[in-house]
Each structure stands twice: as structure tokens, then as C-alpha cells.
Design a protein around this ligand. Structure first.
Ligand SMILES: [Fe+2]
Length: 233
């Protein structure tokens, strides 16, 4: 009798744990957006961007956008399968109740992933077709950099400055507010700088111009060339 009870108990335990495992797997949404790790160490961009900034920026601010995007889409499985790009290029097709949270948080995720990818501890410089296009569309590299820094300094409140390309490979410098992204306007980002206070305040305090001057030292021009090549190919 005791053996029979034990067998029933084990059987029950087996069924229960199996059920819990399957149930948990069912709840685990494989379509959820996941934070992408930094492609370099947190302190890799020092002295230009501190380890403390990169840690908070990636692990807290960026992660929050990922979490809030998943929350916004929790009851909309159709849109969970969309890429960030597809969401941001089709904002007007979203149900109106998730338009703003998706715009802000998909934008926040996309912009930050792009921003982290366009920085590097390695010293790089414009080259190839991108260098030629900068000289064609801005006259000289220095003219481009002046325009980029001026645009970055002009952003009121929180936002971004970008070097973007249209579908014909024509370059321009633009700014966006909040977490708006150029891809929503059919423009391809080549480089960008985050101008939210969380991107610089811990190190540069209120001196945004000093942050901008220092930040340009970590631009990943190799990655920028890849971004541009993808447009003109
Ligand atoms: Fe940011």
C-alpha cells in the first residue's frame, strides 16, 4: 500500500512538474524583444564616455525601453513578430492605443542599439564611398563635422542628431526629438549622437557642447561605412 502511495505521489509530481515546465515555456514569449549586449566593455570608451555612463545607459535606460516595448505589445501578438524597423516604418498602421508607447519605446530600443553600434574604442576615420559622399554633400569633412556639432547643440530638450542617407545615397544632417527615429521617415541612419541628459550628465554635467566635442572621438566610421554601403549597393 505504501509503495502504491509513493508511486502515485511520484506520478503526480512528474505530471505536475511537466505541466509547470510546459506552462512556463508557453508563457515565455519567444517574440519578446531582448536587450542586445554592448559590443565592447563598459569602460572601453573612456576617457570620452565613462564606464558609469555606459553602465547606466545600457543596463538601465536602454533596458527600460526594451521592457516597456514588450509591455506595450503584450496583448498584441501580431506586432510582437514585427522587427523594430517594421514597427517604426508602419507606426500609422498600429492600433491607436499602442501608437504612442510603441513609437516611444520601439524608437528608444532602435535608436539606442544603433547608437551603441556606432561607437568604438578603436580610432577610425571616414573612408571609401562614405568619405566621398561626405565631401560631395558637405564640401569637406570639417564642414560636415561643424554642421553635425551645430545640429547636436541645437537640440532643445531630449533628442538626437543624425547623419542620414536618403534612398539615393544623398547625405544630410538632421535632428529628432524624444525617441523619434529617421527610419520612420524613410531615411537610413549612418551615425547618431544621443543628446538625452542620461547620455552625458554623469560625466559632463550641463556642458553638452563639451560632451559633443568629446563624443566624436568614438564614432565608429567603419560601421558608418557599412551602413552607407547598404544604402548604395
Ligand atoms: Fe540614451
Amino acid at each position: 500500500m505504501r509503495k502504491k502511495l509513493l508511486a502515485v505521489a511520484f506520478a503526480f509530481l512528474f505530471i505536475f512538474t511537466t505541466y509547470i515546465s510546459i506552462f512556463s515555456l508557453g508563457l515565455k514569449d519567444t517574440q519578446e524583444f531582448k536587450a542586445v549586449p554592448l559590443p565592447y566593455a563598459y569602460d572601453a570608451l573612456e576617457p570620452f564616455i565613462s564606464k558609469e555612463i555606459m553602465t547606466y545607459h545600457h543596463d538601465k535606460h536602454y533596458q527600460t525601453y526594451v521592457d516597456n516595448l514588450n509591455k506595450a505589445l503584450a496583448n498584441y501578438p501580431k506586432y510582437q513578430s514585427y522587427s523594430l524597423e517594421k514597427l517604426l516604418k508602419n507606426l500609422d498602421s498600429l492600433p491607436k492605443e499602442i501608437y504612442t508607447p510603441v513609437k516611444n519605446n520601439a524608437g528608444g530600443v532602435y535608436n539606442h542599439e544603433f547608437f551603441f553600434s556606432i561607437m568604438t574604442p578603436s580610432k577610425t576615420a571616414p573612408s571609401g564611398e562614405l568619405k566621398k559622399a561626405i565631401e560631395r554633400d558637405f564640401g569637406t569633412y570639417n564642414n560636415f563635422m561643424d554642421q553635425f556639432k551645430k545640429a547636436a547643440s541645437s537640440v532643445f530638450g531630449s533628442g538626437w542628431a543624425w547623419l542620414v542617407s536618403d534612398c539615393d545615397g544623398k547625405l544630410s544632417v538632421i535632428t529628432t526629438a524624444n525617441q523619434d527615429s529617421p527610419i520612420s521617415n524613410n531615411l537610413t541612419p549612418i551615425i547618431c549622437i544621443d543628446l538625452w541628459e542620461h547620455a552625458y550628465y554623469l560625466q559632463y554635467k550641463n556642458n553638452r557642447a563639451y560632451y559633443i566635442d568629446n563624443w566624436v572621438n568614438v564614432i565608429n566610421w567603419k560601421k558608418a561605412l557599412e551602413n552607407y554601403t547598404n544604402v548604395i549597393q
